[in-house]
Design a protein around this ligand. Structure first.
Ligand SMILES: Cc1cc2nc3c(=O)[nH]c(=O)nc-3n(C[C@H](O)[C@H](O)[C@H](O)COP(=O)(O)OP(=O)(O)OC[C@H]3O[C@@H](n4cnc5c(N)ncnc54)[C@H](O)[C@@H]3O)c2cc1C
Length: 389
């Protein structure tokens, strides 16, 4: 059986920062840690696959812990236009810096070298934050140098995928000093990190290759906006978000993402997703519109911050009926509620699985009809037999 922590590594990079674990790229372009016995005991404390995070999840509440759920967007029309959804994360980061609540924001930006790679940056001005707007549908490891980045005399906000935030949250609980430096955790709904292979396939569809391409924008400049690549001569090619995510990127994500129990940023102070409109036949509507976020204020601190920004005119907020999420974020619901069925299939086939808390799994499972769980179980068996997992 494979090593659970290697197999279900999310690539957050925290073990690299804390224990100087080295990483090697696997065949798909994901960085995988070279874990020793000592580093495994570290993973047990922080890794989403270890079960500690799942035991702290809001049992029975499929959309996670919350103080309030809002529909909203950035009031600045440029941010709303250029950001991934409605620009809430960018607006929050800008407010945190401008109001002096933090000195800097640690987040992710497109790499200046290879257009589909990312780098972790420390933003200290609004201009820096604006340069990070939008979703990078590729690999990111924002915790790889977190301890080396944080200055003990400064206060930060951190933006990361749900798995990054979950690992950092657990690590900070054992390291209160860091908690006094990183004051806000911000996250977003995440369906997975597409591989390097997927990026190359995306470029092929856009009639480019890695050498020719100097810029990729996955979405934004509209909502959802187009996926767009630009080559060295300035030629641009585009495809719809539904095509790029639905047919290429979303089909080739990290193994751990397929078995992720937290695609909704459960451990963030604020977590955002797309608040798609709903079509008359009850599907998410991906046709172009002005951007909108669904916003979970998951802690008192997160809720107080959002209200403060709303009062200052930085964001628009209204109450949101989270029942709509079962239509517009169906994948998130089914992955979470169908996890027990998928893990049962994996175990039956002798495969290693994340050690998620069984009570949490059972509480989520109740929210998915039995026939749907059975379909997930057999679907997983089929994928194993076909060598797809
Ligand atoms: C890998 C990935 C998967 C996603 N899956 C879903 C999904 O299943 N459902 C859904 O509703 N939405 C998904 N999204 C999009 C997400 O909903 C929006 O990013 C979120 O609503 C925030 O929108 P915003 O306009 O407030 O963000 P913005 O204001 O544009 O801010 C985005 C912030 O996210 C950071 N960021 C961008 N890419 C990455 C990355 N790869 N790793 C770490 N940080 C990053 C940026 O640094 C920036 O601070 C996904 C995004 C990504 C990157």
């Amino acid at each position: 059986m494979k090593d659970r922590y290697k197999e279900y590594c999310t690539g957050c990079g925290l073990c690299g920062s804390v224990l100087q674990v080295s990483f090697i790229k696997d065949a798909k372009g994901y960085e995988v840690p070279d874990l020793s016995e000592g580093s495994r005991s570290f993973c047990e404390k922080v890794c989403p696959a270890a079960g500690k995070a799942s035991a702290q999840m809001s049992s029975g509440n499929i959309w996670g812990r919350k103080k309030s759920v809002y529909l909203g967007w950035a009031k600045d029309p440029v941010i709303r236009e250029k950001a991934s959804s409605g620009g809430i994360i960018t607006a929050v980061c800008c407010y945190l810096l401008e109001s002096g609540l933090v000195d800097a924001v640690i987040h992710t930006k497109a790499s200046g070298k290879i257009p589909y790679e990312t780098e972790t940056v420390v933003s200290v001005t609004v201009e820096d934050v604006l340069a990070c707007m939008g979703s990078r549908y590729s690999v990111s490891a924002p915790l790889k140098n977190i301890l080396q980045t944080v200055d003990a005399n400064k206060r930060y906000a951190f933006v990361g995928k749900p798995c990054d935030v979950s690992a950092l949250h657990l690590y900070m609980n054992d390291n209160p000093k860091l908690k006094s430096n990183i004051l806000y955790l911000l996250s977003f709904f995440c369906a997975g990190q597409p591989s390097e292979d997927a990026q190359k396939r995306l470029l092929e569809h856009l009639k480019m290759n890695t050498e020719m391409c100097r810029k990729i924008q996955y979405r934004g400049n509209g909502w959802p906006g187009y996926t767009m690549a630009e080559d060295n001569s300035g030629r641009t090619e585009k495809m719809t978000y539904a095509e790029s995510w639905g047919h290429i990127l979303g089909r080739d994500v990290r193994h751990s993402c397929r078995f992720c129990l937290d695609g909704i940023g459960e451990f963030a102070d604020i977590s955002c997703g797309d608040a798609w409109y709903i079509t008359p036949d009850n599907r998410p509507d991906f046709s172009e519109a002005l951007g909108r976020n669904v916003i979970f204020a998951r802690t008192e601190k997160g809720d107080a911050l959002l209200k403060q920004i709303h009062n200052s005119g930085g964001v628009y907020l209204e109450q949101y009926d989270e029942n709509q999420l079962s239509i517009i974020q169906r994948y998130q619901l089914e992955r979470r509620a169908g996890m027990r069925a998928m893990l049962s299939a994996m175990k039956l086939c002798g495969r290693s699985v994340p050690s998620y808390d069984i009570q949490t799994l059972k509480s989520f499972e109740k929210l998915l009809p039995r026939k749907n769980r059975i379909r997930r179980f057999w679907g997983t068996i089929k994928r194993i037999v076909l060598g797809k997992i």
